[in-house]
Design a protein around this ligand. Structure first.
Ligand code: ATP
Length: 239
């Protein structure tokens, strides 16, 4: 593991029954990096996000957040330590307003100046400004995804884990989403990104890992992975 990394997985093994889905995964994310995890359906990407964030208890290996072992900690404690997961499926609270959803994102912190922090966030997510008093459930899919990410940012996390943010979005909205992700990267937010849109993910990321059947089979700069014929043939076909 890299001592300077924000998040490190060392020989991480996890799954749902007798046969582990993830097998001895090694991965790290350094401060200010955006790292993409790419792989086919069922390769184990969501399982990886769940194991890192405490939603799934690993059966072996270590997860280290800011030099603290966290693999035995409950998810809410891991969140307090600064890992914010934006799970697959844009899980906003549909009956609550956009503003109240954003407030909830800061529930791991104390002494939050909601008004000024939300105002600052809305500069990055202008679509949400127009809808700030709407019920979240009335937003479009793309707007709900923006809200889910913005809510994750309200935690002021050490690292943000984004699981399939583009899933189910219209093409124009996917491009807008990746523009937002590029902005977050440029601001130095540390991000681990899983997305089916591998070409777009590698275009925005600094580094990437390829996961196949629960094992990391490639690790390189995002640019090197994006221009690798084998990676392209296996994973970059659908964009
Ligand atoms: P996708 O993009 O299709 O979600 P993924 O790479 O995120 O793919 P995972 O969702 O992590 O893959 O699934 C990895 C494997 O674990 C698959 O074989 C899947 O069937 C299995 N799996 C996922 N969730 C569960 C669960 N709750 N119980 C049992 N098996 C599961």
């Amino acid at each position: 593991g890299d001592k300077d990394a924000v998040l490190t997985a060392i020989d991480l093994t996890a799954g749902y029954g007798a046969a582990p889905v993830l097998q001895k995964i090694k991965l790290d994310v350094r401060p200010g990096e955006m790292v993409a995890l790419i792989g086919a359906n069922g390769a184990g990407k969501s399982t990886m996000m769940r194991a890192l964030s405490g939603l799934l208890r690993p059966v072996g290996g270590e997860v280290v957040l800011d030099n603290q072992r966290i693999e035995h900690e409950p998810a809410h404690m891991i969140a307090v330590r600064g890992l914010a997961l934006v799970p697959e499926g844009r899980q906003v609270f549909p009956e609550m307003s956009v503003y109240d959803n954003l407030e909830l994102g800061a529930n791991t912190r104390r002494n939050v100046d909601y008004a000024s922090e939300i105002e600052a966030l809305l500069k990055r997510f202008p679509r949400l400004r127009d809808r700030i008093n709407s019920k979240a459930g009335l937003l479009s899919g793309g707007e709900q995804q923006m809200l889910a990410i913005a809510r994750g940012m309200m935690a002021k996390p050490r690292i943000l884990l984004l699981d399939e943010p583009s899933l189910g979005l219209a093409p124009a909205m996917i491009q807008e989403l990746f523009d937002v992700l590029a902005d977050l990267r440029d601001e130095g937010i540390t991000i681990l990104l899983v997305d089916q849109m591998a070409t777009l993910a590698l275009a925005v990321a600094d580094r990437g890992y390829v996961i196949d059947s629960g094992q990391i089979v490639r690790e390189d700069t995002a640019a090197a992975l994006a221009s690798d014929p084998e990676v392209e043939a296996a994973y970059l076909g659908h964009v």
